[in-house]
Design a protein around this ligand. Sequence first.
Ligand SMILES: Nc1ncnc2c1ncn2[C@@H]1O[C@H](COP(=O)(O)OP(=O)(O)OP(=O)(O)O)[C@@H](O)[C@H]1O
Length: 273
Amino acid sequence: MLELRDLTKTYRTGDKALAEVSFTVPKGQVVGLIGPSGAGKSTLIRCINRLVEPSAGKVLLAGSELTGLSAGALRRQRRRIGMIFQEYALVERLTVMENVLSGRLGYVNFWQSFTRRFPAADIERAYRLLDRVGLIDHADKRADALSGGQRQRVGIARALSQEPELLLVDEPTASLDPKTSRQIMRLIIEICAERGLPAIVNIHDVPLAQQFMQRIVGLRAGRVVFDGPPADLTEAALTTIYGAEDWNVMRKGHEEDTEAEVEAVRCLAEIGA
Ligand SMILES: Nc1ncnc2c1ncn2[C@@H]1O[C@H](COP(=O)(O)OP(=O)(O)OP(=O)(O)O)[C@@H](O)[C@H]1O
């Protein structure tokens, strides 16, 4: 379980990016983090893994506090947090397998990492994960030979190879087409349920969040202004989070995407593909 207690961040510029944010994420639950640009979503994710130092408040993972750890202790604790990124953050010239194994670098000693000799158990785990994300036949391909959706699957397998206790996911589908986005989101949700992993997904696409998330947290100006199931995300709630205009524009965009997809499927059916 992840627990945030009164997490607050004021940048040196004086920007208060987070104000007393408190919520807990139980095992296996995936929380969609939504909010307008500048609401504090990235700051929240970065304060949890302490890439950004919170000004006040606490982060507890499975009961142990991450805030206040020394640099050495923090390095060890970071292994407990798997990250999935918008731009995948793969090493392009390495193979799919090598990228997945890089998730183990925090566990092996210097020489093992320098020579990239991983224990057999790590390699077996990596194969199992590649199988789970549907890439077992691509293990020896270079990462730069993969499609965007395949790269994100490698990113998911790499995060899981750490055997994390928490997943932090930053805009995982922002670089993907609508259909691939749904496949990736479904995969993340299924994997978190299978492994009892809590996750926070920073997501711009509100309709996608509504379709897949069990719970949505809405931030506005650094404060939690919504916390509930997607069904409670009414027009009034969306207006509280985004103001009057923004979310209508997003919804229209999504409808256009869905229409385009339906049209593409219809055309393919017509030409017998
Ligand atoms: N390194 C920084 N130094 C100073 N202020 C910052 C820094 N990073 C973010 N901020 C400010 O903190 C606030 C929250 O920013 P943050 O990037 O967390 O929002 P966000 O919700 O992730 O936005 P977006 O959806 O556009 O990525 C904004 O006012 C931003 O200008």
